[in-house]
Design a protein around this ligand. Structure first.
Ligand SMILES: [Fe+2]
Length: 288
């Protein structure tokens, strides 16, 4: 399968700088309920690789290098590993196996991972020993604190989100017995349910930040992009009560063009005290 825009451009679009360049984002997120013992915990967030005809497998080595170079405590990868076809699956699994972080590397699938053969992709990850969180949680102790990393399968319909999250949290201690709960979800709309369940931080992708954003000046509200028209949480950091959501623009594309919306890999440092942040895309909503 081939992208129509790629054909129309004679293949030139995939070589454009806007598609090739990946920003390295470092930002701090103050979580109101984070114990001091976990202050400074760093999570590297990679998403939406879309390996295929636009982002070709030869880009994987660079993506892995950028991600590992943050030297985060853990790595979260939130889906859309492939674009349309699984003919790149071996390359993708090999590359994901090279991601490395002391507390682990965790994965969830995205919608594009189901376009060819989703179960086969998930099986390949699991067979390679990669921790794909399919409505599951991974609890562990860190500096005397209880931490839980949860992940949900791609919800093909919105009604799937709550049961997926409920199933994942069955394996997790209750909120009051836990110091930090992080959720990986390809689709950012899981944030509404996550905030109700008092998840401290949700990491998502899917929107590509809009890809084509008409106005993105620092501090200016209301940038218009494809994602902001279609999604409630298009890009950046959002707060709802004590819960936060980070929507990553992703490294890949389904359409070979990015305007005012560079590809990114992000490293998020969790803070227990308020921080001066250069948050550009906050939508603070009332407490749930
Ligand atoms: Fe995507």
């Amino acid at each position: 399968m081939t992208h129509v825009p790629l054909l129309l451009s004679g293949g030139r679009l995939k070589h454009s700088k806007s598609v090739q360049h990946i920003q390295r984002i470092e930002r701090e997120i103050a979580l109101p309920d984070l114990p001091d013992a976990l202050d400074g915990l760093r999570i590297t967030h990679l998403t939406d690789l879309h390996i295929g005809s636009v982002v070709t497998p030869d880009r994987l080595a660079g993506i892995v290098e950028i991600t590992n170079a943050f030297e985060g405590d853990m790595i979260a990868v939130t889906g859309d590993f492939v674009d349309l076809s699984l003919n790149v699956l071996d390359d993708v699994v090999d590359a994901m196996s090279q991601l490395s972080a002391p507390l682990g590397v965790f994965f969830v699938p995205g919608n594009h991972d189901y376009l060819d053969d989703g179960p086969r992709l998930i099986r390949a990850f699991q067979d390679a020993g990669l921790r794909m969180l399919m409505n599951e949680s991974e609890p562990f102790e860190l500096h005397g604190c209880k931490v839980v990393i949860s992940g949900i399968d791609y919800p093909h319909k919105k009604a799937d989100i709550r049961p997926f999250l409920r199933a994942a949290l069955k394996q997790a201690p209750r909120r009051d017995a836990c110091d930090l709960r992080v959720l990986l979800s390809h689709h950012p709309s899981a944030f509404d349910a996550a905030a109700k369940r008092r998840i401290d931080l949700t990491l998502a992708g899917h929107t590509h930040g809009g890809q084509v954003v008409l106005s993105n000046k620092k501090g200016k509200k209301g940038s218009i992009g494809i994602a902001s028209l279609a999604h409630r949480y298009p890009r950046g950091l959002f707060q709802r009560g004590h819960s936060y959501l980070y929507v990553n623009s992703g490294v890949g594309t389904f359409f070979p063009l990015r305007v005012n919306c560079p590809a990114e890999v992000a490293c998020l440092t969790l803070k227990s005290k308020p921080v001066d942040s250069d948050i550009r895309h906050v939508r603070a909503t009332s407490h749930p």
